[in-house]
Structure formats: C-alpha cells, structure tokens
Design a protein around this ligand. Structure first.
Ligand code: ATR
Length: 272
C-alpha cells in the first residue's frame, strides 16, 4: 500500500509541496501519496493525530505551525532543536521525530545550484524571526568569514547572536549600523517582501560579485532583489530553489532516497 504524507498549514491552498513531492516520488519510483491539509488555527495537533490514525508516515509543516510542531515532536534532530522550529515530522512506532530542513535547503541551493562558495565569505542575514533562525546553523557550518544578523528590532538579532555564537562568528546589528560595510552574500529572511517592502539597507552594501538571495518567491522580482540589482549585485536569486531543496532533504529524511532536484526546479519555474 502507498505510504501517505501531507503538508499541514493555514492557508495551504497555494502550497507547492504536493507537486514537488509527487514529482520526486515519480522520479525515484517511490510508492507514496502526498496531500495538503488546512488545519484550523487551533487544530494543528488534531490534524497530526488524524494523520497518524490513518497510518501516514510523515508530514511537512508550514506557516503558522512550525513552532507548534517543534513542541509536539517527541524528539528532535540537532538542527531542529537549534532552529526552534520543525518543518518535517516522521511518524515512527516510538513516536514523532521532528526535523528542520529549511537551513540545509538554503545552503544546498546557494552552494550547489547557484555554485556560490560560502566558505570565507562575508554574510549578512536580514531578519530575526523564525525564518532567519532556521538557517543560521547550516550557514555557520559552511564556515563563512562571519555572519551579521541585522534586524529592525536589534534586540531580537542580539538574542540570536547569543544563541548561535558557540557555532561560529556571529554579529548582531540594526540596519543603520551597516553603513560603510560590504557583504558577499545578503540573504533576506524578513517577511518584508510579503508586504512589497524593502528592509532599510544602506547604499553601497553589495560588493562586486555579490549574491542577493530572497527567501521569498512568487510572481516577479521582490523589492529587495530589484534594489540589489540597482546596487550592482551580480547575482540575484529567489527562494524557489530553497523550497525544492528543503523538500528534497525532507524526502531523504523520510525515505533515505535523494531525488534529483534540478528537473523539479525547472518544472516549477516553467509553471510560475
Ligand atoms: P518569520 O517566521 O517569517 O521569520 P516573524 O517571526 O514574524 O516571521 O519575523 C518577521 C521578520 O521580518 C522580523 O525579523 C521582522 O523584523 P522585526 O523583528 O524588527 O519586526 C522582519 N520584517 C518584517 N517586515 C519588515 C520590513 N518592512 N523591514 C524590515 N524587516 C521587516
């Protein structure tokens, strides 16, 4: 019998995860089905229980339930524990295991798909919410020269600095303090693009050959990527590759099979 999986979120109508995992399953000849579930805002745990009751093997979790999934898991991978959020659940006889594949998805997209070497680079991460927190550990593991976390409310950036400084060289900042600095990689992990807004970056922050990466994706260029282009960033990328790579890492976590992501990224770009 096919093994069942699903993505749980609210809203969930526009999630591309069912398409991505269905393409992975076809490509790797895995017998599985993958649904989408819109849980009520107070109904996440009930949705997980229903999935377990029908014998599902796992789930992906998206906005706004990643922190609840973290709390619900019986045990966590190290990267999920440090992220404080879970985007992948595996149901086993011993209980629910929680993982977070967002960070490794970002790093894989940047280093393998975009061919951008992270070691010895100056990285700026904008934002200090859940999206930012989830990617810090894998970024530090790639051994950049340093990572600066910038946030409108600098206190949140300082808290992340405290938490992650055992793992690498991390600084915290507000946007004004960045004036005069330059970075090789600038990642937008804020939710500003959702509101068609741009974090208040100073001019001159992109170095020649720098990569601007927006974790959001959607129709058209985000305000951050337009700004980056106007400021001379040579490479610009949205978060579609990260989306597919985090899904591939979840697929591997469940099935120990690694799908080829390139054809899936191409298919999603063509459909956009
Ligand atoms: P998520 O889980 O998506 O990260 P979040 O926890 O609400 O969501 O965090 C949103 C992040 O985007 C925060 O870092 C927020 O900055 P503040 O902590 O200062 O609020 C950031 N953000 C949202 N809109 C922004 C904007 N227009 N400019 C700069 N940062 C913005």
């Amino acid at each position: 019998m096919s093994q069942r999986y699903a993505v749980i979120g609210n809203p969930i109508k526009h999630s591309k995860s069912p398409l991505i995992h269905t393409l992975f399953a076809q490509e790797t000849a895995q017998d599985m089905v993958y649904d989408r579930i819109e849980a009520a805002l107070d109904g996440f745990a009930a949705s997980v229980q229903q999935l377990q009751a029908i014998g599902a093997a796992g789930a992906n979790v998206t906005v706004p339930f990643k922190e609840q999934a973290f709390a619900l898991a019986d045990w966590l991978t190290e990267r999920a524990r440090l992220a404080g959020a879970v985007n992948t659940l595996k149901f086993t006889e011993m209980g629910v295991e929680g993982d977070n594949t967002d960070g490794v998805g970002l790093v894989t997209d940047i280093s393998q798909n975009l061919g951008f070497e992270l070691a010895h680079k100056r990285i700026l991460l904008m934002g200090a919410g859940g999206a930012a927190r989830g990617v810090i550990l894998p970024l530090l593991a790639a051994q950049p020269s340093f990572l600066v976390i910038a946030n409108r409310s600098p206190q949140r950036a300082h808290e992340l600095k405290q938490q992650f400084q055992p793992y690498g060289i991390v600084e915290a900042s507000d946007y004004a303090q960045l004036s005069g600095m330059q970075f090789d990689l600038i990642i937008n992990a804020t939710s500003a693009s959702l509101a068609d807004q741009l974090p208040p970056l100073p001019l001159g922050i992109f170095s020649p050959k720098s990569l601007a990466y927006d974790m959001m994706y959607g129709k058209g260029e985000t305000p951050f990527l337009s700004f980056a282009r106007s400021q001379g960033a040579t490479h610009c990328a949205d978060g579609l590759g990260m989306l597919v790579e985090q899904a591939a890492a979840a697929f591997y976590f469940w099935r120990q099979v690694r799908p080829d992501t390139a054809p899936v990224i191409t298919a999603l770009r063509a459909a956009a």
